[in-house]
Design a binder for this molecule. Structure first.
Ligand code: ADP
Length: 401
């Protein structure tokens, strides 16, 4: 079986896949590592359990996960040898990792070198990789990077018009994120449409708590809205998306905000929450907007408007588009957002069928444009864990050296 690990600073999420990656045998998460109220949630078949106990470290968290997977009553395996490979979600692979990679000591050194580019995420990923390798030393471990899919972007898409040498020296460029999601969705889109991925010029809108849009031409990322940091591009739950960076100087020099205050503002106090003053949750925003709350209406309108502008921009970048795909929490579940984003884009060939758009078929892959529309509009639920498991199974099957 393939174990997929997503290790954050205080959480470890896991999913255990069958060897052919067709089914999820067990899944769960430990949360609040090193904090009061730590717990493990675990599900195997119909059995669901929550264990509340001290989890002082990531290593304790991993041991708990393995013991839970081995548990006679609610576990999923009877011997640790049944785990044949481990896939790790890795956030930032810089320009070093252009595809998923079997982890060895050299890979770990390179991952360490990427830490300054993702100081919040990469240290936790590294901890996860080290602990999992210590507990399961005899199986291949594979790193799957959020950034890797976007390494195919051409220089004009990833270069910032800043002094060239400075950018080279400090690796300042657009990297993009959510690559594992885009890769999975791009692949599934071709399968759902029964078309070769090479034919597709797609704009994929990953609309979750984090939001990013990608232009995917022939299965390869050619541009994406997130860049070096993870607050730019389209607006998100609590992150601003694009605004004039001149505001940062103004807020610092004239208003007296510290850089730490500004950083908190753009990451935690902006987006849907900042505009509405109510919530970062799209469900609340939609309900409040429908009830006449003006700032929620503005938050909803702005959210859709920023995405719409990216669709136009990426159609231009690719010289046209024939597929528009919605994914992640909001993209999969909000007919209102999908409709608003598509309104007025008929000139690009984008129209959606109201019945198909509003049908509540949670979790289903589906086309929501009319059959003869020039652009196929789809809802494709993302599954980053499955993509990680598929890569892991594939790389683990190769001869290891
Ligand atoms: P993450 O980026 O953390 O993985 P998700 O992809 O799960 O996030 O997306 C979470 C967001 O999806 C929530 O903030 C919520 O606003 C939105 N969402 C979930 N269900 C619905 C729904 N039925 N209608 C509108 N928005 C929804």
């Amino acid at each position: 079986m393939i174990l997929v690990i997503n290790c954050g600073s205080s959480t470890i999420k896991y999913q255990l896949f069958s060897q052919d990656v067709a089914t999820v045998t067990a899944k769960g998460a430990v949360a609040k590592i090193g904090e009061p109220g730590a717990y493990l949630d675990h599900q195997s078949g119909d059995q669901k359990i929550t264990l509340e106990q001290d989890i002082p470290s990531h290593s304790a968290g991993f041991e708990l996960i393995i013991n839970t997977l081995l548990h006679a009553e609610y576990g999923a395996i009877s011997h640790i040898n049944e785990i044949t490979a481990v896939g790790h979600r890795a956030v930032h692979g810089a320009d070093v990792f252009v595809e998923s990679t079997v982890i060895d000591d050299h890979v770990i050194e390179n991952l360490e070198a990427c830490v300054p580019l993702a100081p919040l995420h990469n240290p936790a990923n590294l901890t996860g990789i080290r602990q999992a390798r210590a507990l399961l030393p005899n199986v291949p471990h594979v790193a799957v990077f959020d950034t890797a899919f976007h390494q195919t972007m051409p220089p004009p898409a990833y270069t910032y018009a800043l002094p060239y040498e400075l950018c080279q020296q400090h690796k300042l460029r657009r990297y993009g994120f959510h690559g594992t999601s885009f890769r999975y969705v791009s692949r599934r889109t071709a399968e759902v449409l029964h078309r070769p991925v090479e034919e597709l010029k797609s704009v994929i809108c990953h609309l979750g708590n984090g939001v990013s849009i990608a232009a995917v031409d022939g299965g390869k990322s050619v541009d994406t809205s997130l860049g070096f940091a993870t607050f730019c591009g389209a607006m998100m739950g609590t992150r601003s998306g694009d605004f004039d960076p001149g505001l940062i100087f103004h807020l610092h020099n004239e208003v007296g905000m510290s850089l730490a205050d500004i950083e908190r503002m753009v990451f935690k106090e902006s987006g849907l929450l900042g505009i509405s003053g109510l919530s970062n949750d799209m469900r609340t925003i939609e309900t409040q907007a429908a009830a006449g709350h003006a700032r929620s209406q503005l938050a909803l309108d702005l959210f859709a408007y920023m995405i719409k502008k990216y669709i136009g921009a990426y159609a231009a970048a690719m010289g046209g588009l024939n597929t528009l795909v919605f994914t992640a929490g909001i993209g999969e579940n909000s007919p209102v957002v999908r409709q608003k984003v598509c309104d007025g884009l008929a000139f690009l060939g984008i129209t959606i069928d109201n019945t198909a758009n509003t049908q509540a078929v949670r979790g289903a892959e589906r086309v929501i444009s009319p059959p003869d529309a020039p652009v196929s509009v789809l809802v494709v639920p993302t599954n980053e864990e499955k993509m990680i498991a598929l890569d892991t199974a594939e790389l683990a099957a190769l001869p290891q050296h």
